[in-house]
Design a protein around this ligand. Structure first.
Ligand SMILES: Cc1cc2nc3c(=O)[nH]c(=O)nc-3n(C[C@H](O)[C@H](O)[C@H](O)COP(=O)(O)O)c2cc1C
Length: 347
């Protein structure tokens, strides 16, 4: 009997119920997470978000097939530091064997705290191969993918899904994922057809919460403390996941955490503090990727940090010309010399 089959039997017979409980426990401690965002949530940004209270972080999505073919860039995307733990490596793919390979490779070589499977990406490049949100149209294959991942690693496996593909089916779909061993489900409350258009459907997140007993983490359009509290209130989710709202605003995590703990809202950082965080992120990125690549990637991150800053339109425009760490430091210096202020907390 293959390893996959043995573990599936074990899950179905309840033999591993203690392991399942332990696996789920990890996700129950995640109240506010950073969402994975390809091109943005690299190691340097994840570490910054953790330092402001994000309870867990996830890698950008990584192709299990490319990994199996020995792609170097896919391996590089798995890089993380201890500061980012609890940390999950997210894989995408439509072939259970690719996913089994990728999950096992990730665990052996990088030791993440969990493996996540992307079942929500709407990009045609991904759905065209049957992966990402397209999996939500095939619950049998999706169940096999989860089972393949679960039986290949000792760490827990989570799934990130949408409300559905064309139709909203996240509740029945999640029950299949749970049955096949998923220990946590993150739900972005929009169908693939709706891409990113508001509003986010909180009702389907609540229905997923009712359909499964594993932890459910709600996602979509959280840009303020009030948005996060509403997500908790209306969906009864165990945790929330913040994506775009955290760009240039890692401070949002500490404000949400304070509200959840009944503590006073932390003061919004001064411009100097904000830009110190930006520079810290940029330096970590340079250490990881080298100055040329890191600073090209930091351009769009810097635009977000300057977003709320009063009078910074010219600085935002100048971000496209950043080549070196010293260029970014000069821009920050200009903002401070001009006496600009950090503005107010968004939301
Ligand atoms: C630029 C960008 C890249 C993204 N990359 C990923 C990804 O790699 N994996 C994933 O599961 N979701 C990805 N997402 C989706 C986000 O994780 C999240 O589900 C979505 O943005 C909704 O949350 P938000 O409204 O808080 O941003 C991405 C979203 C954006 C905007």
């Amino acid at each position: 009997m293959s390893g996959h089959m043995r573990l599936r039997l074990c899950y179905n017979s309840g033999m591993c119920s203690q392991k399942r409980k332990n696996d789920q426990e990890l996700f129950r401690s995640f109240r506010v997470m950073l969402a994975p965002m390809a091109g943005f949530t690299d190691s340097s940004f994840r570490a910054v978000c953790r330092s402001f209270g994000a309870d867990a972080t996830v890698s950008e999505m990584i192709s299990a097939k490319a990994l199996r073919l020995g792609d170097r860039r896919s391996r590089q995307l798995m890089y993380f530091t201890e500061a980012e733990r609890p940390f999950g490596i997210q894989l995408f793919g439509a072939d259970p064997e690719d996913i089994a390979f990728g999950a096992s490779y990730a665990e052996k070589n990088f030791s993440p705290d969990f493996i996540d499977i992307n079942m929500g990406c709407p990009a045609p490049k991904i759905t065209g191969s049957g992966a990402g949100s397209k999996l939500m149209t095939d619950s049998v294959l999706s169940g096999e993918i989860v089972a393949a991942a679960v039986s290949s690693v000792s760490v827990p496996v989570s799934c990130k899904i949408r409300a559905g593909y064309h139709e909203t089916n996240a509740d029945s779909f999640s029950a299949v994922l749970e049955k096949n061993g998923a220990s946590c489900i993150y739900v972005h409350g929009r169908t693939r057809d709706r891409m990113y258009s508001p509003p986010v459907d909180l009702d389907i997140i609540r229905r997923v919460r009712e359909a499964v007993s594993v932890p459910v983490i709600g996602n979509g359009d959280i840009t303020s403390v009030e948005d996060a509290l509403r997500m908790f209130r209306e969906t009864k989710c165990g945790g929330v996941m913040v994506g775009r709202g955290s760009l240039g605003e890692p401070f949002l995590f500490s404000r949400i955490k304070a509200a959840l703990d009944g503590l006073p809202e932390p003061e919004y950082p001064s411009l100097e503090e904000k830009l110190e965080v930006l520079m810290r992120q940029a330096e970590a990125s340079v250490n990881e990727k080298g100055e040329s690549l890191a600073m090209r990637e930091m351009r769009k991150q810097a635009v977000y940090y300057f977003r709320g800053v009063n009078g910074a339109a010219s600085l935002r425009a100048a971000c496209v010309r950043i080549e070196k760490l010293s260029d970014l430091a000069d821009l920050c210096g200009k903002a401070l010399d001009a006496g600009m202020s950090s503005g107010n907390a968004p939301g």
